[in-house]
Design a binder for this molecule. Structure first.
Ligand code: SAM
Length: 245
């Protein structure tokens, strides 16, 4: 069961704030917004609202969307005046269109079926103005799928306020329908010398080839304007910028 964004939302916040350099992420997306002159943003998969805060502080006209109420609760505590939308990215409708949609933190990985990618891209297209940009990152299947065929287990450790959080994960290929892996994790908290299990998360995570992404975009009315290789904490990723035609 996927618990990382519900029961474990606070643990997510603690661990991922240490894994991910959010300032670097912010600078990257802000760079695209500046380059293409966009001021209004919908961030899909905004999670606990770390990037939201930076966009709002910089006076962007910002909306965040996520389907986890637990993640949004933390996001709202961090950004009390922000506009957050509790919706599924596959089926949403905004009250007004935006100039840019950002889908951050490899959120596209949760669109395991092609029809989910299709309906998300259609929703995004319908809520944008012509010429708007759509920026997102995805895990590179060509690099990552062979990698996990060899490395099936990984441990991540974080120290936060004198408490150590540990995640022990197993990765298993699941490539029957698309380039996915099943990610089984057990989370622990270490206090003094005791290791306490604090939760489990089982998710199916999708990786994509560049060609697949390009095809999904073209089929849904976008043109690709940039694709950049980027390392993320545990994953080789690409960042894409596409434009609504
Ligand atoms: C990997 S996290 C990224 C969060 C944040 N962008 C970050 O970098 O910390 C993925 C986020 O996507 C959200 N999510 C997953 N599937 C979703 C869906 N179908 N609709 C909306 N949000 C979804 C999760 O709740 C989670 O907050």
């Amino acid at each position: 069961m996927n618990n990382l964004y519900s029961d474990l939302a606070e643990v997510y916040e603690i661990m991922y704030s240490s894994f991910i350099d959010y300032q670097l992420e912010y600078d990257l997306y802000k760079g695209f917004l500046k380059k293409y002159h966009k001021k209004s943003i919908l961030e899909i998969g905004c999670g606990t609202g770390i990037l939201s805060q930076l966009f709002i502080e910089d006076d962007y006209d910002y909306y965040g969307l996520d389907f986890s109420s637990e993640m949004l609760k933390i996001a709202k505590e961090r950004n009390p005046s922000a506009n957050f939308i509790h919706e599924d990215m596959r089926f949403f409708s905004l009250q007004r269109t935006v100039e840019s949609v950002l889908m951050t933190g490899r959120t596209i990985s949760y669109l395991v079926k092609n029809k989910d990618v299709e309906s998300t891209f259609i929703s995004i297209y319908n809520n944008m103005e012509k010429g708007s940009i759509f920026c997102f990152d995805f895990i590179d299947a060509n690099e990552f799928i062979p990698e996990i065929s060899n490395k099936k287990a990984i441990t991540h450790k974080v120290n936060y306020k004198n408490i150590t959080y540990i995640r022990k994960s197993k990765w298993n290929l699941n490539i029957l329908n698309s380039w996915c892996f099943d990610w089984e994790s057990i989370f622990y908290r270490k206090e003094k010398k005791t290791l306490l299990e604090i939760g489990k998360d089982n998710s199916t995570v999708r990786t994509f080839t560049k060609n697949e992404i390009e095809l999904f975009l073209i089929l849904n009315g976008f043109e690709v304007i940039e694709i950049i290789k980027k390392e993320s904490y545990a994953f080789p990723t690409y960042v894409v910028v596409a434009r609504k035609k």
